[in-house]
Design a protein around this ligand. Structure first.
Ligand code: PLP
Length: 430
């Protein structure tokens, strides 16, 4: 694989952008080497500036349910551009996207559009705090909810009920208000609630975790969480930035048949443009300014281009419910191919999958929590990643990430991916 131009550009990039990138995982730090610079994408493929072609399983980290630049989104965008790119006034398309989300996700009575998943989760917590008049929140170890200060917290050791910052720049004050429980462990949640009686405003969870690699919550765990939030008057927030419109048209909450009080969205809801959203019960959402006192605003929020792309993506989902069968079939085919390859080399590595999101963990122990996930052999993953990339398969450049199948992946793509994996395994284990 010739990546001369990418290497040259990376040398320039690191002088003007921290780490050469605008979001850390893109820099390939956890797999070593230097990143390739992508020039264009079409359907299931992306192309770098040296002209290499890849079958893409990052999908921009989630948004591209239909692959790159599907015609219907491209056309919607061109039409929107003709009318101007931003007004900072109400527009019709915002109302239409809101109505459409409400139709697809019944727990959403009211919604506010923002520009990223980070903004969505940050604002959802603020309104939950405003609603409950409490300060503290509970999140889960290994989950990711964007980069707001009060989320960049990990579990404190031993007797500490509050967390500790995972990044310089995050204050102890923030850490004091965030407690960190264990995913799929209801006792750890009960324990924290007990120690912070009547102080917890919200519990936020990825119902199907995607940011420690794919780790689905157990149904009984989520059901108990729902019950506890009810009895303790805690706002339950499902962070569906990744799972929303990905695992089902109504997200993870449809699959589990559990209604959270608030839900956060991002990724697919913007059709590939920068969009996030938070919404849920009218009783809570009506507290958001200007209908209520909880302040939250955005110059480019509800931007007409972003809304046009989002509307186009969501209407396609609404009128083509069969895509979720298609995604399931393609993903199951790929997963079976992977499992057969593993058997050939006597490996029992764990493949976690929900619909079109999956992670192959390089560990032979079942992965149900963050602690299970981090037992994975990340050096082995790095070898695997480079083996695949150099043969034209673009996986997320980190072990603890989800990779995504889109409707644009063809049977040939999937077959080629399985065969390539066998080749790479043979090189590593053979
Ligand atoms: C991607 C992601 C976020 C952050 O969204 P950004 O748009 O990157 O700010 C938050 N929560 C989850 C579950 C995510 O997957």
């Amino acid at each position: 694989m010739n990546i001369t131009k990418s290497k040259e550009l990376y040398e320039k990039a690191i002088k003007v952008l921290p780490g050469g990138v605008n979001s850390p995982v893109r820099a390939f730090k956890s797999v070593g080497g230097t990143p390739v610079f992508i020039q264009k994408g079409s359907g299931s493929k992306i192309y770098d500036i040296d002209g290499n072609e890849y079958i893409d399983y990052i999908g921009s980290w989630g948004p591209h349910l239909f692959g790159h630049s599907p015609d219907f989104i491209k056309e919607a965008l061109i039409e929107a551009i003709e009318n101007g790119t931003s007004f900072g006034t109400p527009t019709e398309i915002e109302v239409r996207v809101a109505e459409l989300v409400r139709e697809l996700v019944p727990s959403i009575e009211m919604i506010r559009f923002v520009n990223s998943g980070t903004e969505a989760t940050m604002s959802a917590v603020r309104v939950a705090r405003g609603y409950t008049k409490r300060n503290k929140i509970i999140k889960f170890e290994g989950s990711y909810h964007g980069h707001a200060d009060f989320f960049l917290i990990k579990a404190g050791s031993g007797a500490l009920t509050f967390g500790i910052p995972t990044s310089p720049g995050v204050t102890e004050g923030n850490a004091k208000d965030t407690s960190v429980a264990d995913f799929n462990n209801i006792d750890s949640v009960k324990n924290l609630i007990q120690k912070n009686k009547n102080e917890i405003a919200a519990i936020i969870i990825e119902p199907i975790a995607g940011n420690m690699g794919v780790v689905p919550a157990e149904k009984s765990f989520l059901e108990e969480l729902r019950q506890i939030c009810e009895s303790e008057k805690i706002v339950l927030i499902f962070d569906e930035v990744m799972t929303g419109f990905r695992v089902a048209k109504g997200g993870a909450q449809e699959i589990y048949n559990i209604q959270p009080d608030l839900t956060t969205f991002g990724k697919i809801i913007g059709g590939g443009l920068p969009v996030g959203a938070y919404g849920g019960k009218e009783e809570i959402m009506s507290l958001v300014a200007p209908s209520g006192p909880v302040y939250q605003a955005g110059t480019l929020s509800g931007n007409p281009l972003a809304m046009a792309a989002g509307y186009s993506a969501l209407s396609y989902i609404k009128s083509h419910p069969e895509i979720y069968n298609d995604l399931e079939n393609k993903s199951a085919y790929l997963a079976n191919g992977f499992i057969n390859n593993l058997k050939l080399f006597n490996k029992n590595f764990q493949l976690n999958r929900v619909g079109s999101m999956m992670t192959l963990f390089f560990t032979e122990n079942e992965v149900k929590t963050y602690n299970d996930a981090i037992k994975s052999d990340t050096n082995l993953f790095a070898k695997y990643f480079w083996g695949m990339l150099s043969r034209g398969i673009y996986l997320p450049p980190a072990q603890f990430e989800a990779f995504f199948v889109s409707t644009a992946h063809s049977n040939d793509d999937l077959q080629k991916t399985i065969e390539t994996q066998r080749e790479v395994f043979s090189e590593i284990f053979g």
